[in-house]
Ligand binder design. Structure first.
Ligand code: 4NP
Length: 153
């Protein structure tokens, strides 16, 4: 199978998990010199136009990444046609994307975390837990690049 030229990360609100995934993937694409299109969006529309949540901005910043410029948007049927690879952050996202007809969809946790969901930090009590979510996304994106794009870590 040919390597994906475009990757879309999808969570529920597009304010906590998928913005981190997008920026981490852009960071690795740059590091590996890959010219791939990377974006993120949500299945829901509650936060359209908003910046990522403050705790995701903070954890990204602690790892040297700036996600504060991102703006939440909702997935469209055009996205499903356009993107070579769509990455769901949890089982609910995966189910919703398949219900929209996406076939090119995989769950992020399959790459490094035995298919586990990336837990939704929106429902966490405070900042605690964001480091674990960041680490899980970082390890999984790195492994995704190795498996889908043949990068060596
Ligand atoms: P995310 O987190 O899917 O990681 O962006 C959420 C953000 C907002 C909501 C749910 C999840 N919400 O219900 O508003």
């Amino acid at each position: 199978m040919s390597k994906p030229q475009s990757i879309l990360f999808v969570c529920l609100g597009n304010i906590c998990r998928s913005p981190l995934s997008e920026e981490i993937a852009k960071h690795y694409a740059h590091q590996y010199g890959l010219e791939i299109q990377v974006d993120s969006c949500g299945t829901g529309d509650w936060h359209v136009g908003e910046a990522p949540c403050a705790d995701s901005i903070k954890i990204a910043q602690q790892h040297g990444l700036d996600i504060s410029h991102q703006k939440a948007r909702t997935i469209t049927s055009q996205d499903i046609q356009d993107y070579d690879l769509i990455i769901a952050l949890d089982d609910n996202n995966l189910r919703d994307l398949k219900a929209m007809g996406a076939q090119n969809v995989k769950k992020l946790g399959r790459y490094a975390h035995h298919g586990e969901d990336v837990p939704d930090p929106y429902f966490f009590d405070g900042f605690e837990g964001f480091e674990a979510v960041y680490t899980m996304i970082d390890e999984s994106v790195k492994a995704l690049f190795a498996q889908e794009l043949d990068t060596t870590i």
